[in-house]
Design a protein around this ligand. Structure first.
Ligand code: NAP
Length: 473
């Protein structure tokens, strides 16, 4: 027996994770010729992954993509199962037994480590922690950020570093009407930070900021963005990189850095009292974070760039530079985590795959697929996940004739399995109750929403409702 487009019997696919890549995979499956049912399983009660808890609160237009995901979630054949963690509440082998195919779309939740002394000293935080905290992610809600020092250092020059920098540098009134969590707003309102040093290990031509994000850092009210004019000098390979038409973003960044260098010259002569400063540094690799009980300074190796254009690597010289500071944010990229029962490439922090088909010891893992950051690594913007998920779903559809030889229970099987476990699944209607409560709370404060930041509070809100998700088929 093979099920599919010409059969009433549906094909059941589980999608693990409810961020952009999961939703784009669900959309592609539901639009396919096959009679598909998609069950999306999410660890938190709330969906949308990094769109909810990663995208910066002052970038609300980026969050409007949620409208697309909401439409997908309301489609015929879609089930949302929130507050169920795969690997804890249900295993991958149980999912594979209940669904014709499983797509892993659970992103990259941890951070790359720098592997230097003092990395975890008090006052040294990961960007992931800070971003999760100001965005009201339950895992980071109770972290304590001490912003009483006048100087902060951010290590890394990607868009996450730009987000962290902007949230630290913006006047508090510019954040009050965003969906930033109230607990973060309170602490940021008392921030004593005056200077933010944003440090890259390579040169300005290799900074990973997109020009839009970098430009914003130069447009923050009561804040001046600075670069030492000498830092804008480029070696031959870097000059070739920014001259390449395919690298227009780097050229735009260079123009912005040169403008910032002009500010720096004039700020050395004019009064900048009362302004916050963002200072970009280049060709510095972290050597150690130093302090007795908490961060007092960061030591960096001075680097020289070696290698051909587009493959330049930072090599430390014997020169060392130190920046005195009371706070450090490490923003050197996310890293995927492994899931029990699924092969994992430890070196790259991804699940090994070919066009989305998971590879286990040299062979395809029957019916197991992967998409998004846990497939390709933590790069790209939200839209990048669409093409990525289309590729994975194409592979899955091509394999369906072989995968659908037996009937599988899908969503019903999943619910039957977790019924006897200490698990409280949250369905789509229940998420909408949380959503409405958040937006109502936000309205009262002239914010798009006030997030509920504790899972227990979300579940308490739903406690009047029946505990079993509605089973539609
Ligand atoms: P990223 O863009 O990969 O930037 C990581 C930065 O850390 C780079 O400057 C990198 O330098 C540096 N780095 C890596 N390892 C290091 C080490 N051991 N020591 C010192 N520096 C090190 O990562 P991200 O900022 O976390 O962003 C992740 C993805 O999300 C990106 O694709 C980003 O564009 C996207 N994102 C987009 C937005 C937006 O569109 N608004 C917002 C946030 C994030 P090298 O270049 O030398 O490796």
């Amino acid at each position: 027996m093979t099920l599919g487009a010409d059969h009433d019997e549906p094909v059941h696919v589980a999608v693990v994770g409810s961020g952009p890549s999961g939703f784009y995979a669900a959309e592609a499956l539901l639009r396919s010729e096959w009679n598909t049912r998609v069950t999306m399983i999410e660890r938190l009660p709330t969906p949308y992954g990094l769109v909810r808890s990663g995208v910066a609160p002052d970038h609300q237009t980026l969050k409007s993509v949620i409208l697309v995901y909401d439409r997908i979630a309301r489609s015929e054949g879609f089930h949302y199962v929130g507050n169920v963690a795969v690997g804890r509440d249900i295993s991958i082998s149980e999912l594979r037994a209940n669904f014709h195919a499983v797509i892993l779309a659970y992103g990259a939740q941890t951070d790359r480590r720098m592997g230097i002394p003092g990395e975890d000293i008090a006052g040294s935080y990961t960007a992931t922690e800070f971003v999760g905290w100001y965005n009201g992610h339950p895992d980071y809600r109770d972290l304590d950020f001490d912003l009483s020092s006048p100087v902060a250092v951010i290590i890394g020059q990607g868009n996450v570093a730009a987000d962290v920098c902007r949230i630290l540098a913006k006047p508090i009134d510019d954040l009050r009407h965003s969906d930033i969590a109230d607990h973060a707003l309170e602490i940021l309102a008392e921030s004593k930070i005056e200077e933010i040093h944003v440090v890259g290990r390579r040169g300005p031509a290799q900074a990973k900021f997109t020009a839009k994000e970098l430009r914003e850092l130069g447009e923050i009210p009561n804040c001046i963005a600075e670069v030492h004019p000498d830092d804008c000098a480029l070696n031959e390979a870097s000059a070739a990189e920014i001259a390449d038409r395919a690298n227009a973003g780097a050229l735009k960044n260079m123009k912005l850095f040169r403008e910032f260098a002009e500010h720096t010259k004039s700020s050395n002569t004019g009064s900048t009292k009362g302004l916050r400063r963002i200072r970009f540094h280049f060709r510095l690799s972290p050597k150690a974070i130093i302090g007795n009980e908490r961060v007092e300074r960061v030591a960096f190796f001075r680097n020289r760039l070696h290698g051909p254009a587009f493959a330049q690597i930072a090599h430390p010289t014997s020169g060392v530079e130190e920046i005195d500071c009371g706070l450090v944010f490490r923003s050197i990229g996310y890293r995927g985590a492994s899931l029990p029962g699924v092969p994992f490439d430890e070196a790259r922090g991804v699940i090994p795959n070919e066009a989305g088909r998971v590879i286990d010891r040299g062979a395809y893992a029957h019916g197991l697929f992967v998409t998004g950051w846990i497939k390709r690594g933590p790069q790209g913007i939200i839209g990048t996940n669409r093409a990525d998920s289309l590729e994975t779903v194409e592979s899955l559809i091509a394999d369906l004739p072989a995968l659908t030889r037996a009937r599988k229970p899908g969503f019903k099987g999943l619910i039957a399995l977790i019924e006897d476990r200490d698990v409280r699944p949250v369905d789509l209607a229940e998420w909408l109750v949380i959503d409405e409560t958040e937006t109502a709370r936000g309205r009262a404060k002239d914010k798009p929403r006030e997030k509920i930041t504790r899972v227990e509070e979300m579940l308490a809100l739903l406690s009047q409702r029946p505990q079993r998700p509605h089973v539609k088929q």
